[in-house]
Ligand binder design. Structure first.
Ligand SMILES: NC(=O)c1ccc[n+]([C@@H]2O[C@H](COP(=O)([O-])OP(=O)(O)OC[C@H]3O[C@@H](n4cnc5c(N)ncnc54)[C@H](OP(=O)(O)O)[C@@H]3O)[C@@H](O)[C@H]2O)c1
Length: 290
């Protein structure tokens, strides 16, 4: 199949690129905003036509959660308008759209893991625009798979793990929020399940939403402590409350996604968050030695 990956230089796009590098079954096309802006309808149509795209994995997004509060129109354009465009082009080309959304579509006031059919109530501009993007894909009716994920990190780009490790290099102690619960996701694990599902489904009709993160539950505080400990760095981590660390965007307190559906659908287990964190930090340390 001809597979287009948008936003290919981001965390998820980069990990899909690694899997594609050793895949000989598909023709992969990688683009980012400088080569294919997902808000540009004419360019998208042209690209689908020129490359006979059969699957589009949309890794492009406006992911700056706090900045989105000040830039709601731009966030809406990239996170909702562009997925709607992609959906209609996929429908016209009978292509499959694989789209990625977020745990931030939920308000986090629950106390048991959120299922795919639980009602969404975003509490930030980012979460609202991502939910709009999901809904516009569903309304369009194209073949689609939507993955909701959370706390994404990898050895590339900007993310929580890399920030904690670089702070640990310069500070004796850091303060990290301990009253928000969720589950980290190594972008490679998400990339792997996306490619698995594409291979399994091919171009058959599908209209599904899945939750996917790593397994287990933690807090930002324990996630930071684990990152620093695994990397062998020396830095004390102090727990603080959300109130003590105000941010522009409100974040859900309980942000755990229920993954029973994807586990049953694929008959696969999901790596525990700490095991994947060890692999990512190993990759980071090997990169640093180059
Ligand atoms: N990061 C998280 O913690 C997290 C959590 C839950 C869900 N998600 C979702 O997971 C998906 C992947 O996230 P990620 O962390 O891999 O994102 P990322 O690292 O921020 O990558 C997004 C990529 O999209 C590009 N992009 C932005 N606007 C574009 C446009 N108009 N056209 C084409 N490309 C554009 C960005 O380019 P520039 O860098 O040049 O802007 C960047 O390369 C997103 O849908 C995100 O909402 C992420």
């Amino acid at each position: 199949m001809n597979i287009l990956v948008t936003g290919c230089n981001g965390q998820l796009g980069t990990e899909i690129g690694k899997i594609a590098a050793s895949d000989e079954t598909h023709q992969w096309w990688f683009t980012d905003v400088d080569t294919l802006d997902i808000c540009d309808e004419k360019a998208l149509k042209q690209y689908f036509n020129d490359h006979q795209i059969e699957v589009c994995i949309n890794c492009a997004a406006y992911t700056a959660v706090d900045n989105a509060e000040d830039n709601p129109l731009l966030a809406e354009k990239i996170n909702a308008g562009a997925p709607a465009l992609l959906a209609s082009i996929c429908r016209d080309n009978k292509a499959l759209l694989v789209h990625v959304s977020t745990d931030y579509v939920f308000n986090g006031q629950g106390d048991c893991p959120y299922r795919e059919d639980d009602e969404a109530h975003p509490v930030s501009v980012y979460g609202k625009t991502k939910l709009d993007g999901e809904n516009r894909i569903r309304e369009c009716g194209c073949n689609h798979i939507i993955f909701r994920t959370a706390w994404l990190y990898s050895a590339t780009g900007k993310n929580f793990v890399k920030t904690m490790l670089s702070l640990a290099d310069t500070k004796d102690s850091i303060n990290v929020i301990s009253d928000q619960q969720g589950t980290p996701t190594w972008a490679y694990d998400l990339a792997e399940i996306i490619v698995h599902l594409i291979n399994r489904n091919g171009l058959k009709p599908i209209h599904e939403t899945f939750h996917f993160t790593n397994d287990g539950i933690t807090t930002w505080y324990d996630f930071a402590k684990a990152s620093i400990e695994i990397a062998g760095k020396n830095c004390r981590v102090n727990p603080i409350t959300t109130e003590q660390y105000p941010t522009k965007a409100h974040r859900p307190a309980y942000s755990v996604l229920d993954k029973s559906k994807i586990k049953a659908y694929t008959n696969r287990s999901i790596p525990f968050w700490r095991d994947s964190l060890i692999k990512c930090i190993d990759e980071l340390q090997r990169k640093a030695q180059l």
